[in-house]
Write a new protein. Structure first.
Length: 227
């Protein structure tokens, strides 16, 4: 059983399995059909080898577009949920919430210098750094670009814009190869509303970011005063 489309390919078929591993109702139907064929004079004997069937698994194919490339991945929802439970942001979520994040999120892979989003883009999602390093950049009127911060594994990106329903305050680009987990804004806000421990974690991260921004501002002011 499969469906193809722009948003990806979904499938629940996972290879051939012996019919003895199938549900009881399916085995009964198979045996009844074989007995009927045997009584009708068919050459198929009642003790024929088990009929191969396809066994269902919670496997999903996701498609996403980053830049000019279309990326595909195969995800086992249960395995993905276990991986997410090791991330500090999601460590307090119960299994059902972890599966929700796993099912609705997308893994995006970026090449060196590729932008995740730009300043003033809509804040329609948050991102969790899975691999590599991403840079927070600010572009000046003369075209010069300053790197004001670097974000590594398990760092959350874009949550301030989603919470405030405001455009992106800076641009984010990849330094080398990197990978992020994209979580839609609605899913993220639902998780915050229903999970106080996650809300507290996000508040602490936001406070830390504001403190760092304040220190950078003070340092910049001191350098300008020195000149």
């Amino acid at each position: 059983m499969a469906r193809n489309g722009f948003s990806g390919k979904w499938t629940s078929c996972a290879g051939h399995r012996d019919s003895r591993t199938a549900p009881r109702w399916f085995r009964s139907a198979v045996l009844a059909t074989r007995d009927s064929i045997g009584r009708s004079g068919s050459s198929t004997a009642p003790d024929s080898p088990p009929i191969p069937i396809r066994r269902m698994k919670p496997t999903v194919y996701f498609g996403t577009i980053v830049g000019s490339r279309t990326l595909w991945r195969t995800v086992d929802i249960n395995e993905e949920a276990r991986e997410l439970s090791r991330v500090p942001l999601f460590s307090k979520l119960d299994l059902s919430k972890l599966k929700l994040v796993a099912f609705t999120s997308q893994r995006l892979e970026l090449g060196d210098g590729e932008y995740l989003f730009y300043h003033d883009d809509p804040s329609d999602s948050v991102y969790l750094v899975l691999e590599g390093v991403l840079q927070v950049t600010v572009e000046h009127e003369d075209g010069a670009v300053d790197v004001v911060a670097e974000l590594e594994r398990n760092h959350l990106i874009g949550e301030m814009g989603v919470i405030a329903n405001a455009p992106r305050s800076a641009s984010i680009r990849s330094s080398g190869s990197s990978a992020v987990l994209k979580i839609e804004a609605d899913t993220f806000m639902t998780l915050l509303t229903e999970n106080p421990s996650m809300s507290l974690h996000v508040m602490r991260e936001l406070t830390d970011k504001l403190n760092k921004t304040h220190r950078q501002f003070v340092q910049l002011k001191e350098r300008m005063s020195a000149h």
